[in-house]
Design a protein around this ligand. Structure first.
Ligand SMILES: [Zn+2]
Length: 303
C-alpha cells in the first residue's frame, strides 16, 4: 500500500508545485552573497550623499508600523527621504513596519527591507528571506539595474504558487514557469553562483520525478542531478519550507484583507492536513494561528 507521503509526492500537480518552489529556493540561494555585498555598497552610498545620515543618530527611538512611519525625528526623516529617493515607484505601498529606523545608520539590511513586501520584520539578513523578498528589492531599489520585467514575471509566478488554493500547478503553468525562471537567470549570469543554479533548475524542471518512498528512499533518475542524488528527505525539506511560506502568506492575507477566497484556502488546507496526518503534527502551531484569525473574522461578522 502506498503511504500518504508517496501518494502526495507523486501527485503531478503537487509535485510540480514543489519543484517550482525548489527552483525559487535555488534562485534565492544563488543571490545571497551578491545581494549582501550590493546592499553594503548602497548603504555606503547613502551615507556618502547626506552628512546628516553620517553624523547624527536617532535619539527619539522612532518606530514604524505597518505601512506608516509618522512622527519621525529629523534624522529619521532624512533617512526616509533618501530611501524613498531611490524607490522606483513611490506610489507603491511601503511597508515601513518591516524595519527598525533606529538601525538604519548601522545596518544595511534594515534599509533593504523598505523595498520589500510585508512580513520582513524579524528577518535580519538575506539568508532569512525568501526569493520574493530579494526579487522585490531588485525591482524597487534603483541601485539594481536588472531588466525589471523579467523579475516581475517571476514574482507573478511565485505569487501563483503561494496563492494556489490546493498547492498544485498544471503542466502548462509549469512549462511557462520553467521558461520564465530560466530567462530571469540570464540576468544573473555575472554572479558565479547563478550558473550552478541555472544548471540545477534546468535539470529539476526537465526531469520527471518518480518519488519512491521505500528502502532505497530516493527520487527516480537521480543520476541526472549534478548536485548528487535528491533523497526523499531533501524533497520533504523543500516541501516543509514551501508549506510554511504558503501558510505565512495565508496568515498575512487573512489578517489584512479577509476575503472569501482566503477562508476557502484555509478550509482546503484543513482538508489537506486531514489526509496527511504527519504534516498535521508539523503544522499544528501554524494551524492554531490560522484558526485564531478565522475565529476573529467570524466574530467580527457577528458584530
Ligand atoms: Zn528617529
Amino acid at each position: 500500500m502506498q503511504s500518504e507521503l508517496s501518494i502526495r509526492l507523486n501527485d503531478e500537480g503537487y509535485k510540480n508545485w514543489i519543484k517550482a518552489g525548489l527552483c525559487l529556493q535555488k534562485v534565492r540561494d544563488c543571490l545571497l552573497g551578491f545581494v549582501r555585498t550590493e546592499m553594503e555598497k548602497f548603504h555606503q552610498f547613502l551615507l556618502g550623499t547626506n552628512s546628516i545620515l553620517r553624523q547624527q543618530i536617532c535619539t527619539n527611538f522612532c518606530r514604524s508600523q505597518g505601512t506608516k512611519f509618522q512622527g519621525a525625528c529629523c534624522v529619521c526623516q532624512q533617512w526616509k527621504r533618501e530611501i524613498l529617493n531611490h524607490h522606483t515607484n513611490q506610489n507603491n505601498v511601503i511597508y515601513w513596519g518591516n524595519c527598525s529606523p533606529l538601525l538604519w545608520p548601522t545596518n544595511a539590511w534594515e534599509v533593504a527591507k523598505v523595498y520589500m513586501p510585508r512580513g520582513q520584520a524579524n528577518r535580519q539578513g538575506p539568508e532569512n528571506c525568501d526569493a520574493a523578498a530579494l526579487l522585490n528589492l531588485f525591482v524597487f531599489c534603483d541601485h539594481f539595474h536588472f531588466q525589471r520585467q523579467k523579475i516581475i514575471e517571476v514574482i507573478k509566478c511565485r505569487n501563483d504558487l503561494m496563492h494556489s488554493v490546493e498547492m498544485r500547478v498544471s503542466p502548462e503553468w509549469f512549462e511557462n514557469y520553467r521558461r520564465t525562471i530560466l530567462v530571469l537567470l540570464q540576468e544573473f549570469q555575472h554572479i558565479p553562483e547563478a550558473k550552478a543554479a541555472n544548471k540545477m533548475i534546468e535539470e529539476v524542471t526537465s526531469s520527471d520525478w518518480k518519488v519512491k518512498v521505500s528502502v532505497t528512499d530516493e527520487v527516480d533518475a537521480p543520476e541526472k542531478f549534478s548536485e548528487g542524488k535528491l533523497s526523499v528527505g531533501d524533497i520533504c525539506n523543500v516541501e516543509l519550507d514551501l508549506i510554511k511560506e504558503w501558510v505565512e502568506e495565508l496568515g498575512l492575507m487573512l489578517a489584512e484583507e479577509p476575503l472569501p477566497q482566503h477562508l476557502n484556502r484555509l478550509n482546503t488546507f484543513k482538508e489537506f492536513l486531514k489526509h496527511n496526518k504527519e504534516l498535521e503534527g508539523v503544522f499544528h502551531k501554524e494551524l492554531q494561528q490560522l484558526f485564531f484569525l478565522e475565529k476573529r473574522l467570524n466574530n467580527g461578522k457577528d458584530m
